[in-house]
Ligand binder design. Sequence first.
Ligand SMILES: [Mn+2]
Length: 288
Amino acid sequence: MKEFECIPFTFLGMKNNLKNAKTVIVQAPYDGTVFYKDGQRHGPREIIDASRHMELYDAEFGCDVCESAPVYTMDELVLSKESPKKAVERVGEVVDEVLKERKFPLVLGGEHSVSAGAVSACAKKFKKNFSVLQIDAHGDLRDAYEGTKYSHACAMRRAREACGNIVQAGVRSMSGEEAEWIKKERIEKYIFGSEFEESEVLERIENENVYVTFDLDGFDPSIMPAVGTPEPGGISWKQATSLLRKVFERKNVIGADVVELCPVIGDTASAFLAAKLCYKMIGWKFLL
Ligand SMILES: [Mn+2]
């Protein structure tokens, strides 16, 4: 058949070429442990769709970032509906493969539980020699929630077990149980609200290798309404990009995720913001 011009349904609409790619996009469409507003399973697709309509030129670098740092987009994963443990472990297996290929894994959620899988894959490769930086409105530090240790509400508890050093910014909501645990573990100084001092956050990241997990509800709901639990008083685009740029500049970022987009009909700004955030991270990773 004659070939017609088409835009692939991939991140940035790029033609997939695994060999050349530096980043691998892992789509983790999972919302199996969400009890309030679900729909996070549609997040990856919305981010990909928005990314296909973004300008590829980035003024910060003066070029099309994806030309120097090509991206490969995996198709959506099939994740267990019955078992959160299996769903999270599958994400871990996939990220493990991406790391073995020496590519940069960028996971699109899906709910926050998928991050626990990605972090466990990092632990397999880096043992305890990495930190996790989390941007989030919530602590996500429960030991278990609604009968599973693989809930979105437990993602950072699992991360702490895997790596020892977690740093959280934008946090403005947690349970009494989490607050108690934080005191017991004496990790108060690693947890920042929305008015964080950038230099202090950077100081607390103890390892050279860093995994970044970005729950979009860390942003203020005025710029990111499409999340399951929008908490008032969140961080700005400027705060997020300024902090992350420095993390990518000073540290070795080994992988990242952007999770919890819960698309709302009529709102395109949220998916666009998420897509742009992903593209900025790719630029900082490979072009700084
Ligand atoms: Mn959250």
